[in-house]
Design a protein around this ligand. Structure first.
Ligand code: SAM
Length: 282
């Protein structure tokens, strides 16, 4: 008798995206682990699955639920783990359960399927060769500033999730840190009736979303920063460090480096942000 945990990806808006295999696994699972049994109940009912047994896994129940899931699998049963939408454990519960099941020496597998970040990335038109997923950005404070600075300096395509209530502010903040000419794509309501991908510069995006209050679910994709030649980086860092040490702000330190060295202001600003972040890190 061998039980297992199966992570099952579910639709991010369009029920037609449920896979044949996801349907089969949910139909035979002894227990369905989900974030919200009322929400997942609608999908399970749509699939015509009778008498499902649920265990709720969220930040409040994770410990107890994980224990029950491990015990259930140890007794030879199959537990299917789903979340409200998309791939479990991606900005959703799941990672703690997976770790516990692996640590208990039990089997884990997955039924792949929708993930908003992947769909947004491939629709963005930006490089898909190398990319970074940032989850949700911190709402405020130095953690947020550091993450924005990381995004500004990142040469790979960056993807993150954002709520409609915060997207305008985030785009405005990004336009400041990355420069308003950096290209972005904002993917909205993917796979749903009002699916839309807005593409343009950060400056235009901040203005567009401020004028058209956003509704729905969003994924933001930021084009990677243009690479700065290594020699320039070192030189800029040296000039920036001197300026920061005298108490100049990041912006002024970047301006000074750009003027003194004749390099692009954007490149100097990117270096200045990362030097300040390095200074702030204990
Ligand atoms: N596990 C999910 C996945 O695989 O994409 C993500 C769950 S996370 C809690 C929810 C966030 O994903 C939303 O706030 C939004 O940023 C993004 N998202 C989910 N569905 C989406 C959709 N249909 N269109 C655009 N963004 C979506």
């Amino acid at each position: 008798m061998s039980g297992s945990l199966v992570l099952v990806a579910t639709p991010i808006g369009n029920l037609g995206d449920i896979s044949q295999r996801a349907h089969e696994v949910l139909a035979v699972a002894d227990l369905i682990a989900c974030e919200d049994s009322r929400h997942s109940g609608r999908l399970v009912k749509h699939l015509g699955i009778a008498d499902p047994r649920y265990v709720v896994v969220n930040e409040h129940t994770e410990r107890e639920a994980t224990k029950r899931i491990v015990e259930t699998i140890s007794s030879g049963n199959t537990v299917a783990l789903i979340t409200d939408a998309g791939t479990p454990a991606i900005s959703d519960p799941g990672a703690v359960v997976v770790r516990a099941v692996i640590d208990a020496g039990l089997a884990v597998s997955a039924v792949p399927g929708p993930a908003a970040l992947v769909m947004a990335l491939v629709l963005s038109g930006f490089s898909t060769t190398r990319f970074v997923f940032e989850g949700f950005l911190p709402r405020s404070g130095s953690d947020r500033e550091r993450r924005l600075a990381d995004i500004a300096a990142e040469e790979r395509t960056v993807i993150f999730y954002e709520s409609p209530g915060r997207i305008t502010r985030t785009l405005t903040d990004l336009a400041v840190t990355c420069g308003d000419q950096r290209r972005i794509a904002v993917a909205r309501e993917l796979t749903k009736m009002h699916e839309d991908v807005w593409r343009g510069t950060l400056g235009d995006a901040a203005a567009h979303f401020a004028a058209n209050p956003p509704r729905g679910e969003f994924v933001v994709v930021v084009d990677g920063a243009a690479p700065t030649p290594a020699a320039d980086e070192e030189l800029i860092a040296r000039v920036v460090d001197e300026s920061l040490a005298t108490g100049l702000s990041v912006r002024d330190a970047a301006d000074r480096a750009a003027r003194t060295l004749g390099v692009a202001r954007r490149a100097a600003y990117r270096v200045a942000l990362s030097r300040r972040a390095a200074r702030d890190t204990p």
